[in-house]
Design a protein around this ligand. Structure first.
Ligand code: ZN
Length: 325
């Protein structure tokens, strides 16, 4: 599936401040030599960078933004534009060699476009040496190049780089916008809401959660716990099996516990449609009073503390499920 939404970044959901800043400078033809897109992971920085790159290179000059059909836009569409480069961390770090290669590339004119656009992702991963090398390029930027740096946090190493760029702030999206984006991506609405909340308004992170094995297990655990037909003595085997499956999750387990907390908090607020798992035809689900729900939330907190102390995972998950029942 070709993602065409970036052609007009102003139509993307959320990030109103970034949209305003970018639209203003593009409309006035005052594009700086470097932007820094600053904000949390997974909230659209890369998508906006592609949108800006397509807009500054679109052949349809009458149009603000990108037309989506000219020869330049077509190349962006097929992710095959020779003057659009993305430099990402290699094994978690942007290395000085990558900056050197980039500097060399920038010294040549763009192949075919007015403006070569280079996205340098997650520059907070650069060590000082690489940052200093990049700083030189930012101080004397070669013509016809636009650099878009993205960064998650403002750390000390970034201050000098930031001062040479126009800062565009990105923030977490609202939960509703995140849900809508996830639904557009094909995730069902029932799962989208808790995922949006677990990711704290980061569609990118939510999509990563969605790919995890724990999602399926989380749904099973919620069905098991809320099913009034489950008998705590008779169905103990099923409970132990779920606990065992949870215990083998490794680094995904905290996310599953996070989703369980969101589910219980929603029940506490009486917001059952947010629970993430729809019961057949609104059939009976187990109901708990608020003090029972608080007990269950505390049980999860306790399990989290025990897991942090490396207690036996199987045992922690078993005890937790017994307490959540
Ligand atoms: Zn175009």
């Amino acid at each position: 599936m070709v993602d065409t939404s970036f052609f007009c970044f102003t139509q993307l959901l959320g990030q109103e401040k970034a949209k305003r800043l970018l639209s203003r400078s593009l409309a006035a033809g005052r594009v700086p030599h470097a932007y820094i897109f600053k904000g949390p992971e997974g909230v659209g920085k890369r998508l906006f960078a592609r949108g800006v790159a397509a807009a500054v290179n679109c052949r349809d000059t009458k149009l603000f933004g990108a037309c989506g059909v000219c020869s330049s836009c077509k190349k962006f569409r097929s992710m095959n534009h020779p003057d659009f480069l993305v430099v990402s961390p290699e094994r978690g770090v942007i290395k000085i060699d990558q900056i050197r290669r980039l500097t060399k590339e920038l010294s040549y004119p763009p192949y075919e476009s007015v403006m070569r656009v280079v996205v340098l992702e997650n520059i907070q991963t650069m060590r000082r040496e690489a940052a200093n090398s990049l700083l030189k390029t930012l101080e004397e930027p070669p013509e016809n190049n636009l650099l878009i740096l993205t960064a998650e946090a403002s750390q000390e190493i970034l201050a000098t780089l930031t001062s040479r760029c126009q800062v565009v702030p990105f923030s977490q999206l609202t939960i509703d916008d995140t849900v809508d984006i996830l639904v557009q991506q094909g995730i069902d609405r029932e799962a989208a809401r808790p995922l949006a909340r677990l990711s704290e308004g980061s569609p990118g992170k939510a999509l990563l959660f969605q790919k995890m094995k724990m999602i399926g297990l989380w749904r099973k655990v919620v069905s098991f716990l809320s099913d009034p037909a489950v008998d705590r003595d008779r169905d103990v085997g099923e409970l132990l099996q779920l606990a065992e499956n949870m215990a083998v999750l490794k680094e995904e387990l905290p996310s599953l516990l996070g989703l369980l907390k969101i589910w219980l908090r929603d029940l506490l607020l009486g917001d059952v449609q947010n629970s993430g798992v729809e019961q057949d035809g609104g059939a009976l689900v187990k109901s708990w009073n608020s003090s029972e729900l608080f007990d269950k939330l505390h049980a999860i907190d306790k399990a989290e503390r025990e897991l942090a102390r490396n207690c036996n995972k199987n045992l922690v998950c078993e005890v937790l499920l017994f307490r959540l029942q």
